[in-house]
Design a protein around this ligand. Structure first.
Ligand SMILES: Nc1ncnc2c1ncn2[C@@H]1O[C@H](COP(=O)(O)OP(=O)(O)OP(=O)(O)O)[C@@H](O)[C@H]1O
Ligand SMILES: [Mg+2]
Length: 352
């Protein structure tokens, strides 16, 4: 299919959009049952991707109970260019410039066309991201391990050159974390400005967040330095440096093990709540090699003993899941004590 002209890419700093609250489709795609896919996948027949997108819009859902309309103003192009996947932009809402948000825009037209049915693909990512953030809200972890969620939204984008024609587009909004991703730190060669023991500590906290979310059936599935945000990381002035607060972002490939439509269940092989060591593995994960100091980086024994001395095995094995719990059966009272520095009331080695 012929991609649209990059010159028509609309998501630029200064763009203003009128957005309406939107009920996302139930999560579908990878990790969810086939019956949840809201329509059959189609093979493109059109020469131009724009025509394909006009013919195959994102799925319609019931309107929300209350119509909420807001004005979004793009202030920053964060991960935003033609032919990537979602467009991630910094923004403010309703003219209030002091409070910044991040909007993740799932516009199939500007996805690259690797997938046949690019609308269904972007919609499924939207559905899973929204469902994961809603799940995080339900278990009252919003803003603790992940940025605060500010809902799912839709807007109608004018089609250039076609008078009065618009296309529906979806987006999610979260608070903007003031900081850098681990990837940014690595990419800007700033890693050495974080003390080696803190780099290990940050990785340990990241692993705990992974495990805590998994405990609630929210399996991230895309653990990578670019999906770990470090808040208030001051690397310019060593005197101002302190251990940052850590958040996981990007839940578009996550699974929800307790969701009624999930294909995977907790307690079954490969999906039980896991000790952080099961994510960290027996060797330093490849994407974190440049992050982890020696000897843990290249000596597997040093790595394993670091991992194992951090957590008591028993603390993780005592966590039990009901195999057939449904979405509603989250047990809020049985949450294991967190060691995460993000929860200030908890005493733990991580919090120090
Ligand atoms: N809430 C946020 N606050 C600050 N920065 C953010 C936030 N959400 C995303 N970002 C930045 O935008 C980047 C892309 O976001 P995200 O990972 O959600 O998009 P993506 O399309 O899934 O990207 P990728 O495929 O590269 O993982 C992140 O790596 C991070 O730098
Ligand atoms: Mg990402």
């Amino acid at each position: 299919m012929e991609e649209p002209d990059a010159a028509e890419f609309p998501y630029r700093k200064g763009l203003q959009l009128t957005i309406k609250a939107h009920v996302p489709p139930g999560p579908f795609g990878l990790g969810f049952q086939q019956k949840c896919v809201p329509r059959p996948g189609f093979t493109p027949k059109y020469e131009k991707k724009l025509d394909w997108c006009l013919k195959h819009s994102p799925v319609e859902t019931e309107p929300p109970e209350n119509t909420v309309v807001r004005t979004l103003h793009i202030t920053e192009e964060i991960a935003c260019k033609p032919y990537r996947s979602a467009q991630v932009v910094g923004c403010y809402l309703d003219g209030v410039t002091e409070r910044l948000f991040v909007a993740k825009i799932y516009d199939a037209l500007w996805y690259n066309s690797n997938t046949d049915d690019v609308t269904l693909c972007s919609d499924s990512r939207y559905s899973r991201e929204a469902a994961a953030y809603e799940a995080i809200q339900k278990v009252r972890l919003d803003g603790i391990y992940s940025p605060q969620y500010h809902g799912s939204w839709a807007f109608d984008l004018p089609v250039p050159g076609r008078e009065n024609l618009t296309r529906p587009v979806r987006m999610t909004i979260t608070e903007k974390i003031d900081g850098l991703s681990q990837y940014d730190v690595l990419n800007m060669n700033l890693t050495s400005r974080i003390p080696p023991k803190d780099r290990l500590e940050i990785l340990a906290i990241t692993a705990e967040i992974w495990s805590e979310l998994e405990y609630y059936g929210i399996r991230h599935n895309d653990m990578a330095p670019r999906n770990v945000m470090l808040e208030e990381l001051n690397l310019k002035d060593p005197a101002m440096y302190k251990l940052p607060k850590i958040y996981l972002i990007d839940f578009e490939t996550s699974h929800l093990l307790y969701h009624k439509d999930s294909e995977r269940r907790p307690g079954l092989e490969g999906s039980s709540p896991r000790h952080p060591k099961y994510w960290l593995g027996k060797y330093c994960p490849e994407e974190w090699l440049a992050w982890v100091p020696e000897p843990q980086r290249s000596d597997p024994d040093a790595w394993k003993s670091w991992v194992l001395q951090l957590w008591d095995d028993a603390e993780y094995t005592k966590v039990e899941f009901l195999e057939d719990s449904s979405w509603k059966d989250y047990k809020l009272d049985s949450k294991p004590e967190s060691k995460n520095a993000a929860i200030p009331t908890v005493e733990s080695p991580r919090a120090r």
